[in-house]
Design a protein. Sequence first.
Length: 143
Amino acid sequence: QVAMGSQLRLRFEQEAKLLKKSVAQVARREKRIQDRELEIKNLEVRLETEAEMKKAAEGKNAELVRELEDIRAQHRLRLAMMKCAESLEMRQAFADVVSAGVAKGMSEGLKHGVEHRRSQLGLEPSRHMTRRPRPNLLRLFNH
């Protein structure tokens, strides 16, 4: 009976060791699973952050493209004005365009009932709307 008790004790100790090993193995697996879940969560946050950064960069890019187009338009206008300043014919054409624009603006203002200091006169050509270049306008081009 003593020998049988020793065998049972030995068997119990072996099973206890196996159980401890199994518990440790399960704990390690659980730790790996938790680590991977944390890694996935961090990657999701990183992905969201990168998507937000990409969206912000695209918005900034669109803004910069508009700004660049404005700069290009300003540059083209400056070049056109420089070319106009070089030629008397071009100066006259520019003055005509400006005068026509002013006349159109006055006309539209009168149509909409906007008071203008010349509203009583209508749109008859005045001494200010002649075909000759204005000295003030020419001075702008010569500087």
